[in-house]
Design a protein around this ligand. Sequence first.
Ligand SMILES: [Zn+2]
Length: 82
Amino acid sequence: MRQYLEQDKNTLEKVICNYCGRELKLKNGIVQEGVFRGETHWGYFSSRDGEYHSFDLCEKCYEHLLEMFKIPVTVEEETELL
Ligand SMILES: [Zn+2]
């Protein structure tokens, strides 16, 4: 989950892994480690129609989640690193 500065809603103040509760390293509003951001707007055909969900996972918890998948995630090499 993400918290933004009271005075600047665009600047991150805190990022916490929703799974383990650990606060991720942050410097000047930029996360200094691997983080997975999950978000979706649930639509009409779901039981959560109209809800927006979001969460963050640290890299360790993301790897843990992947171990539970029957089919591995699709991985592609990115030529332009962000
Ligand atoms: Zn975690």
